[in-house]
Design a protein around this ligand. Structure first.
Ligand code: SF4
Length: 703
């Protein structure tokens, strides 16, 4: 018998937006091992706990959806069907809904874990051919406030710098982020840099004393939602001490006077009181930033997931503008993407408010350009439903059919019990996923088995605009298929032209052509280059272009007058209702070190459960005393939306007045009382439509 040897390929981690390079070794039986790629620009061989256990997830098929399943009515269980029957039914239902209720009666809810080619096809299919803009993604829950913040400031959704700037910076402000747990390899690079250069200063802004905060030189443990007041106060101190870059402000920015007036409108003393931090610490933070040569700000969900998320973003970015710390080595505002391909999804327009290649849905010229490129009559000018709006519309019955790909809204969306109602009320639910562990599969009228990481090829873009190629290494189990194949087949069943692609590469080539002469031009980056030269950062406009590590080095921004704009927000988040006698505490939710999203993948790995084995409520000792709660007690937390019951962890890692619950757990043994999103609000930032997971007024009592 001929025995083949091991096969080794390079790919990219499928979890967070850091985008670490991985070497996969496949043995002749098809089992894989993984290790960090020592030659990879991003991680230089390192992997975090999630990445280094990816082989367990890839090798274990026990939870996989192996063949299409369908039910003829909500009263019946699903039954195995052929792909032909499955897609014929999907196209029949979608066609009849569109005929009866119009194109806006159907929609897609997809994922920041989709590959760029999948995102592109789903977007083309929905906006170009189904003639509705009802396609949104779980990236709405993650980065949409940053998208608007960057656009409002730089004229484009564009991260200006690279990870390599980390080793050049001498000051970091990490706001609303815990990279020590959630972007560990990136944080390891910051740690190493500080170990080598102890003079490097780290400021953390967070209501929680996280591992990241414990590493900082200065921790500003602010009251949730007061971020804008804090950044404006830091701006005021910088101005008063003359630690600002007048030349940069004068020549390269707009709207400075309004910003100046605003930051001077409130004293440091007042700001300190509002934010719950000392005036001394505000001054210290400003002085560290102002006296540094190269300053980087980094942020994640603590800023984005807020009703004032966009404003929090621009208030923080303003500190880079006032100090001229953008477009130069070791400097700039750096959003930390949660998901592996949230940025790639934005590039191809995979959200209800975007068009492909960062074109604007509100712009008739852009709509025509996209329609012409796809050979369709027009793109609808009506904005599609954003993520939360989609589930509102299902509940109300205006959206009839939804197709959910690679995401588990039953656990990840705010106000989970309302999502349950919405999906129960939907006329037709398609769930395309890899795992039966996703709670959302229980609501599927049609369940489609998708290929997982290593079982399909395509590209992703990480937090620093770096595009990577992911090869197909493994055969899909059962009848699972690559997401693009499923979507293209569906389009063909619907009778649409333009979906007869022979490969993912052909889809990628079409998208690259679309980017030509735009700010995100990657027409010079082929699969061939990606396979042979490795990952690269956009823009890459010619076949010999080396990629762009840093934007705006010429101090020319993507706005019409090429100047960056100071936006002037001034608000404090009280999430519409604020705390009250009935709900006196602020709940903030977040991630833990070894789990990913709703645990459909990381939850399969025993060793990833040891660090934080069950969900719990973290509460400050003062609040625990007031509410008669001891460490280990089961406590009941209530908001106006729902209830959870969890064990209490009494810790000063959360500030007084705040409790924390991890967001990963769904139903445990049929009980949903460990699901943090039972409590959270569905109110959203009016600009970005991102929901607020960081401020829910709650009560707590011992159960
Ligand atoms: Fe994967 Fe992110 Fe960990 Fe890197 S830091 S190994 S990309 S989860």
């Amino acid at each position: 018998m001929h025995m083949r040897g091991n096969e080794t390929v390079k790919t990219t981690c499928s979890y967070c937006g850091v985008g670490c390079g991985i070497i996969v070794t496949k043995d002749p039986q098809g089992k894989v091992e993984v290790k960090g790629d020592p030659d990879h620009e991003v991680n230089k061989g390192m992997l975090c706990s999630k990445g280094m256990n990816l082989h367990y997830v890839a090798n274990d098929h026990s939870d996989r959806i192996l063949y299409p399943e369908m039910r003829w009515s909500k009263m019946h269980p699903t039954q195995r069907v052929s792909w032909d029957d499955a897609l014929r039914r999907a196209s029949a239902v979608f066609s009849s809904m569109i005929k009866k209720y119009g194109p806006d009666s159907v929609g897609f809810y997809i994922s920041g874990q989709c590959l760029t080619e999948e995102y592109y096809i789903a977007n083309k299919l929905t906006k170009g051919f189904l003639a509705t803009n009802n396609i949104d993604t779980n990236s709405r829950l993650c980065m949409s406030s940053t998208v608007v913040g960057y656009k409002n400031t730089f004229g484009e959704d564009a991260v200006p710098l690279s990870y390599k700037d980390i080793e050049l910076a001498d000051c970091f402000l990490l706001a609303g982020a815990n990279p020590a747990w959630c972007h560990p390899i990136l944080f390891r690079r910051i740690e190493k840099h500080k170990e080598k250069h102890p003079e490097v200063k780290i400021i953390v802004v967070d209501p929680r004393k996280t591992d990241t905060a414990n590493f900082a030189d200065l921790h500003l443990q602010l009251i949730p939602g007061t971020d804008i007041v804090l950044y404006n106060a830091i701006g005021r101190r910088l101005l008063e001490r003359g630690l600002i870059d007048y030349e940069f402000i004068k020549n390269h920015t707009d709207n400075y006077q309004k910003y100046r007036e605003q930051i001077l409108s409130i004293s440091l003393k007042q700001a300190a009181k509002i934010c719950g931090v000392s005036e001394k610490d505000i001054k210290k933070a400003a002085d560290i930033i102002g006296l540094s040569e190269r300053y980087i700000s980094m942020w994640a969900m603590g800023l984005n997931q807020s009703v004032i998320g966009t404003d929090k973003n621009v208030a923080l970015i303003n500190l880079s503008l006032i100090t001229g710390q953008v477009g130069k080595p070791g400097a700039g505002p750096f959003s930390l993407t949660g998901q592996p391909n949230a940025m790639g999804g934005r590039e191809v327009g995979g959200m209800a408010s975007l068009l492909a290649v960062h074109k604007d849905l509100n712009n008739p010229v852009h709509r025509k350009e996209v329609a012409d490129f796809w050979g369709v009559n027009k793109i609808s000018s009506k904005p599609g439903f954003s993520a939360t709006e989609m589930f509102d519309a299902l509940e109300k019955g205006t959206l009839k059919a939804i197709w959910i790909i690679g995401t588990n809204p039953l656990v990840s969306m705010p106000n989970s019990r309302r999502v349950e109602k919405a999906l129960s009320n939907a006329k037709f639910v398609v769930v395309q996923d890899i795992s039966h562990k996703s709670d959302t599969t229980k609501f599927a009228d049609l369940l489609l088995p998708a290929a997982a990481w290593l079982e399909k090829e395509g590209t992703m873009t990480n937090s620093e605009r770096r595009i990577s190629y992911l090869p197909k290494v493994l055969q899909e189990p059962g009848e699972a298929r690559a997401d693009v194949e499923i979507l293209c087949d569906f389009a063909n069943y619907m009778g649409f032209r333009g979906f007869n692609y022979q490969s993912s590469e052909e889809i990628y080539r079409e998208y690259c052509q679309m980017t030509k002469n735009t700010n995100i031009d990657i027409s010079g980056l082929s699969y061939f280059r990606l396979k042979n030269q490795g990952s690269m950062q956009w823009p890459i406009p010619t076949p010999t272009h080396p990629g762009t590590a840093r934007l705006f080095e010429d101090r020319k921004f993507f706005t019409p007058n090429q100047k960056a704009k100071f936006n002037v927000p001034y608000s404090v988040n009280n999430a519409s209702i604020g705390t009250s006698v009935q709900y006196p505490l602020i709940l903030t939710t977040g991630r833990i070190r070894d789990q990913w999203h709703t645990m459909t993948k990381t939850g399969k790995v025993a060793r990833l459960k040891t660090h934080y084995p069950y969900p719990r409520i973290e509460i400050n000792p003062v609040d625990a005393y007031i509410h008669h709660i001891s460490h280990g007690d089961i406590c009941e937390v209530k908001s106006k939306n729902g209830t959870i019951r969890l064990k209490a962890k009494v810790t000063d890692a959360v500030r007084e007045g705040v409790i924390f619950a991890p967001m990963h757990w769904g139903k445990i043994l049929q009980s949903d009382l460990g699901r943090a999103n039972n409590l959270t609000n569905t109110i959203v930032d009016p600009q970005s439509k991102e929901p607020d997971f960081k401020f829910t007024a709650v009560s707590i009592s011992r159960y």
